[in-house]
Design a protein around this ligand. Structure first.
Ligand SMILES: [Mn+2]
Length: 303
């Protein structure tokens, strides 16, 4: 008998307020245009598309240079969190399309609300995304989501979070551009940072098994977050903050498929695709391939 069909709910968040490069707001439509829905349907998923969650710019808001557009971002993330929570409540799997990485605040809050704070995070990124308004060199909120949801900023939690995510349940994979103060903060908080060198030494399979063991321990649901900049820019040039020496496509696809098959992932987001930066117009379809690998893996898990 065929396993019950799982419904994927696509939540698009076309925003670039969290970064200082325009274009990531075009990410969701580019990924959809590259064939996302069809490739999910092909492998047997039903796809439901929610309404786009667009940030509203408040012209009266004074821009805080240490956290630009933070109020508008948190207002947007409140809607994102509600959307993730309501998808899970309706037994649909939330797939979030960014937009810049500040949307992770909303997704993590939504997942955490749905599973009574029993949540870990596996976060693919060239950066640490662990700055606070006190340490940030840029003032870009897309470099802060992990610090904010884990209560590093004056212990103020964003949105309606009841408890911070324990930083020891966070695994960052593929980091290679971490700011000095951010590095100190990550270490002090006990976040597991797996750098490119570790991946080269241990191999991606071992790294993913370790990440699942850490983030998914004790039955925790895992938020899987992929910043497309984790890939080497020669593979995915369409992103606002490229850093050389990134992951290759084979490793990244097998990482996605292993995570899908693990069954511990409760929400998945892919952020920072920027079609305006794309040299050969391939980054959106690379994103589709990664998403497909993850859901292909989930089929294995279902059996
Ligand atoms: Mn990021």
């Amino acid at each position: 008998m065929k396993a019950a069909q799982q419904i994927v709910e696509i939540i698009s968040v076309p925003t670039s307020l969290g970064g200082n490069v325009k274009g990531s707001e075009l990410g969701p439509s580019a990924i959809k245009k590259a064939g996302l829905m069809d490739s999910l349907r092909e492998i047997g998923f039903e796809v439901k598309e929610g309404e786009d969650i667009r940030p509203e710019i408040d012209a009266r808001c004074k821009i805080d240079p240490k956290a630009r557009h933070i109020n508008e971002i948190l207002m947007t993330d409140k809607i994102v969190a509600d959307a993730v929570h309501s998808a899970i409540k309706s037994k649909r799997f939330p797939l979030l399309l960014g937009g810049d990485h500040s949307i992770a605040i909303g997704s993590i809050v939504g997942l955490s609300r749905s599973f009574d704070n029993l949540v870990g995070i596996i976060y693919f990124d060239a950066h640490g995304d662990f700055n606070t308004p006190d340490t940030t060199p840029s003032g870009n909120v897309h470099g802060m989501p992990l610090a904010l949801v884990s209560g590093q900023y004056n212990k103020v939690l964003p949105l309606d979070m009841k408890k911070p995510i324990d930083p020891k349940n966070i695994v960052i994979i593929g980091a290679r551009d971490i700011d000095q103060e951010e590095k100190i903060l990550l270490k002090k908080a006990g976040v597991h940072v797996i750098e490119m060198a570790d991946i080269k030494t241990c191999g991606i399979k071992k790294i993913i098994a370790e990440a699942i063991e850490i983030a998914g321990k004790n039955g925790r649901r895992v938020h899987l977050s992929v910043d497309i900049d984790v890939l080497d820019p020669s593979i995915a040039s369409g992103t606002g903050t490229p850093v050389s020496d990134g992951l290759d496509l084979t490793d990244m696809k097998s990482a996605m498929s292993l995570l899908g098959a693990s069954g511990c992932v409760g929400s998945f987001e892919l952020a920072e695709v920027n079609p305006l930066k794309d040299r050969d117009d391939t980054t959106a379809s690379i994103a589709v391939q990664l998403i497909k690998s993850f859901f292909d893996g989930r089929i294995v898990y279902k059996r």
